[in-house]
Design a protein around this ligand. Structure first.
Ligand SMILES: Nc1ncnc2c1ncn2[C@@H]1O[C@H](COP(=O)(O)OP(=O)(O)OP(=O)(O)O)[C@@H](O)[C@H]1O
Ligand SMILES: [Mg+2]
Length: 254
């Protein structure tokens, strides 16, 4: 039986990341994605020019309508207007009414954007709801920790403290001497090594696909660590098979 996955993410018109990339990832892992846009962005792979949030009323109706037909209990959340408190609270209510687990990719700055959004108290409440998994990169983990008043220099301790304070499971990607993904779940920490595929140019959309692949595993009732291992394997394969698009500034994934 095919498992549905609710996917809330930004519509990136390059097609390289965000909602369309998440849909491709969920399909390739054998799930049925239910895509609901959170924001509409104006961007290409070199420049992020802005975004327009989708009305929470639309998201409420869309998710309600999907729930009449599909049984889903896991959602993946990508780009959201992090500093819009009313938006975050309302969309949080919509999601947590229906989902046992919400995998949140805390994108504070779309890859091509210059500045990072400030983390609002509403966003901290959002990631502190029961059943959350967050998938920050190291920069995002540090920003969340700082907004929570957590000060640690070691990434592993930082992830543990963020997990303890928010109650969320933390899946943190970082590149130190060797690339690895750190998983903190129910007080237990594990480090999963990653063999990075060398690339000449940046690759668009690895982070969002990685986070979605984890949500897919959880929706299929796999454990978090297993889901992370599958996500690492899957993104590695995609990076190995990346394509160059004529004139474009980054490499793209299928
Ligand atoms: N070159 C690569 N080779 C293999 N795996 C990769 C590569 N780049 C990224 N990944 C996988 O993607 C995961 C997400 O890491 P990444 O650094 O892309 O996140 P990010 O900084 O959030 O990126 P994004 O800008 O796309 O949001 C990594 O943990 C790794 O598993
Ligand atoms: Mg990211």
């Amino acid at each position: 039986m095919t498992v549905p996955l609710l996917v809330l993410a930004g519509l990136d018109p390059t097609g390289g990341a965000g909602l369309t990339a998440d849909v491709a990832m969920a399909r390739s892992l054998g799930l049925h994605p239910l895509p609901v846009p959170t924001v509409l962005t104006v961007q290409n792979s070199l420049r992020f020019s802005g975004m327009r949030p989708v009305e929470p009323a639309y998201i409420r109706s869309a998710v309600g309508s999907l729930a009449e037909e599909f049984r889903f209990d896991v959602a993946k959340v990508g780009l959201v207007p992090v500093d819009d408190e009313a938006w975050i609270d309302e969309v949080g209510d919509i999601l947590f009414l229906r989902c046992r687990c919400v995998v949140i990719d805390p994108i504070l700055r779309p890859t091509a954007a210059r500045s990072e959004s400030a983390i609002s108290p509403a966003f901290l409440r959002f990631i502190s709801r029961p059943g959350v998994v967050i998938t920050p990169n190291l920069r995002e983990l540090k920003a969340i920790a700082s907004a929570l008043g957590v000060s640690q220099t070691d990434p592993a301790l930082l992830a543990q403290d963020v997990g303890r304070v928010t109650g969320a499971a933390v899946v943190s990607t970082f590149e130190g001497e060797k690339a690895a993904v750190l998983v903190v779940d129910k007080g237990m920490s594990s480090e999963v090594p990653v063999m990075l595929v060398p690339t000449k140019r940046p690759v668009h959309g690895t982070g969002c696909r990685f986070s979605t692949a984890i949500a897919c595993g959880v929706a299929q009732k796999k454990g978090l660590l297993d889901s992370v291992k599958t996500a690492i394997k899957k993104v590695t394969e995609l990076v190995e098979n990346r394509t160059e698009i004529s004139g474009s500034g980054q490499d793209y994934l299928s």
